[in-house]
Design a protein around this ligand. Structure first.
Ligand SMILES: Cc1cc2nc3c(=O)[nH]c(=O)nc-3n(C[C@H](O)[C@H](O)[C@H](O)COP(=O)(O)O)c2cc1C
Length: 171
């Protein structure tokens, strides 16, 4: 996909990201998870998006079973209740599609189904993944984000999934 077309959507995506976006993995189970962190850029001469998923998330198991994912960015002040629900409840316990009242949008380029009603969609193919190495992380960040009180005793580090952007579009 063209880097220019991808870049044109980044102002909207980066502005919304701290308020929340939906990550959906490919595969049979559709389980939107709210994310607030991501990287956008160009690597290997391709537009890429990196998402970070802690190992304790149900979404982690879904990401491990697929080659694609999609990030859907709501417009400002929209789908706020759905973002809160999908950021606090696990797909292990809830059918988020039903309980949050979300619906799927068929992918255009082979990514995962997006969340209907969003403003920007990035469909991606996983080209690299790695477990965050806490030994090489800034010590303050490590203490703050991977110290005590995490879901797993090892600090519940994120797995970084680098996705080549297959399609980026506005709805
Ligand atoms: C605003 C917001 C941003 C979040 N960002 C992330 C993130 O980037 N990575 C992550 O692993 N969890 C993140 N979470 C937490 C997950 O969304 C939450 O644990 C969710 O219930 C996991 O769902 P799952 O078990 O169905 O995968 C975020 C939550 C909120 C509310």
């Amino acid at each position: 996909m063209d880097v220019k077309a991808f870049s044109a959507l980044l102002p909207q995506a980066t502005e919304q990201l701290p308020r929340g976006a939906f990550l959906t993995a490919g595969g049979e189970i559709w389980n939107p998870m709210t994310i607030g962190w991501a990287q956008f850029g160009v690597i290997w001469s391709r537009p890429v998006v990196t998402v970070l998923v802690r190992k304790s998330r149900y979404t982690y198991s879904l990401m491990e079973q697929t080659e694609v994912f999609t990030v859907s960015f709501p417009r400002e002040k929209e789908l706020t209740k759905q973002l809160a629900f999908c950021g606090a409840r696990s797909g292990r316990d809830f059918n988020k599609e039903k309980e949050a009242g979300l619906s799927r949008l068929a992918p255009r380029a082979g990514g995962a189904a997006a969340v209907a009603g969003c403003g920007v969609v990035l469909e991606c193919r996983i080209v690299q993944k790695q477990l965050l190495d806490l030994d090489t992380l800034d010590s303050d960040f490590r203490a703050k984000y991977y110290g005590g009180n995490q879901a797993l005793p090892d600090g519940d580090p994120h797995v970084l999934y680098v996705g080549e952007v297959l399609a980026a579009y506005e709805l």
